[in-house]
Design a protein around this ligand. Structure first.
Ligand code: ATP
Ligand code: LTN
Length: 335
């Protein structure tokens, strides 16, 4: 479907409130949403229904949902021009999710690498994995399609899910007429896959317990500094962007996204210097970015303004989502 209601392209994206946010979430997704905020018309969500695909403690889930919302705003999303809301507050997400389940072949979901990886990690517990975890990408398709999003700014690991969303939208359009906008993933050239600091062969992730692997957005400055100083590198001496040296490459990539400098400028800056210098400079850059965001987050978390903002965001999101859901229901004979 071609959308003619606005000149600006529309974006939709979300983060799960399942455990602490980390630097990868910020650099691969949220920072880019903030940087491009004026270019697009934006809707950003805290996807709590996705978080419950694995067991969550209710008290922690509520707290983490507020933390992710506070982080969005503290990082620079302006709720006056960008819709920020919690997924479960808008019932059309689950409703369209069900409808899309009925047109999505199971074979498409069986091919999703994130599910295959998560299921493999469960080993003998595989039988206990929820149906929701398997069905997760259909709910994600529902999120995106409800807002007629043209672009979905995400980290590299979500590309396959956005491609599945395209396939689902195209199938609906084929079966019921041209009623859904077919979205595209929007993936940064730099920072779309931040790797772990301890094991740079694995992506930085919420669900990884390896000590020093992730930099938590709310970690204490001394812990952040320690994790960076201990980051795995190699025994070579030059500081250059070399994909064959994954630990160093990752540290330089993080520095590149934070500083906005070019690779050439960065290599010149560290010419003749050692890993200690690079790590100290990187730790300063991470803390210079995160400390003011953490301070703004803390004051938002202690105020009821945050809950008011989320209520208002859900009210604005609901108008758009219900309109799309009704369009789909009408086309399918459900109205
Ligand atoms: P988990 O690894 O437990 O599944 P997650 O850390 O990937 O969780 P999500 O809420 O699934 O967190 O991701 C939110 C956004 O952050 C997504 O757009 C995702 O692509 C992006 N993202 C997650 N990890 C990284 C990373 N290491 N580098 C860059 N972007 C990332
Ligand atoms: N599946 C995503 C989170 C997510 C999302 C979305 C991202 C849920 N719904 C819609 C973009 C658009 C993840 O695991 N990071």
């Amino acid at each position: 479907m071609t959308d003619t209601t606005t000149k600006r392209l529309k974006t939709f994206s979300g983060v799960k409130p399942s455990g602490g946010l980390h630097l990868g979430n910020y650099l691969g997704a949220i920072k880019r949403w903030v940087d491009d905020q004026d270019v697009y018309e934006n809707v950003f969500c805290i996807v709590d229904l996705h978080a419950i695909t694995v067991p969550q403690d209710p008290v922690a889930l509520r707290q983490q949902t507020r933390e992710v919302a506070a982080f969005y705003i503290a990082a620079g999303l302006n709720p006056a021009r960008t819709i920020v809301f919690v997924q479960s507050h808008v019932s059309a997400h689950a409703e369209l999710g069900w409808v899309l389940n009925c047109i999505t072949p199971m074979g498409w979901l069986e091919r999703m690498t994130q599910f295959k990886d998560k299921a493999a990690r469960e080993g003998d517990n595989r039988e206990r994995i929820s149906t929701g975890l398997f069905d997760y990408p259909v709910l994600m398709a529902s999120d995106i399609l409800l807002y007629d999003a043209n672009l979905v700014p995400v980290g590299d690991d979500q590309k396959q899910h956005v491609e599945l969303t395209r396939d689902i939208a195209e199938r609906v359009n084929r079966l019921y007429g041209d009623i859904l906008v077919v979205p595209k993933p929007l993936i940064a050239e730099t920072g779309a896959r931040i790797m772990g600091l301890a094991d740079p062969f694995k992506k930085m992730s919420k669900s990884d317990n390896l000590p020093g692997q992730a930099i938590g957005i709310f970690d204490k400055p001394e812990d952040i500094r320690k994790a960076i100083m201990r980051a795995t590198t190699d025994s070579e001496r030059t500081i250059v962007f070399d994909t064959n040296r994954p630990g160093l490459y990752n540290l330089l990539t993080i520095y590149q996204v934070l500083s906005g400098e070019t690779r050439e400028q960065i290599e010149t800056r560290f010419e003749g210097k050692g890993y200690g210098d690079l790590k100290r400079t990187l730790a300063d850059a991470v803390l210079d970015t995160l400390s003011p965001i953490q301070a703004r987050c803390n004051s938002l978390l202690n105020s009821s303004d945050l809950d008011d903002l989320l209520r208002d965001g859900a009210d604005r999101a609901r108008v758009i989502a219900d309109r799309t859901f009704n369009r789909v229901c009408t086309a399918m004979g459900l109205r």
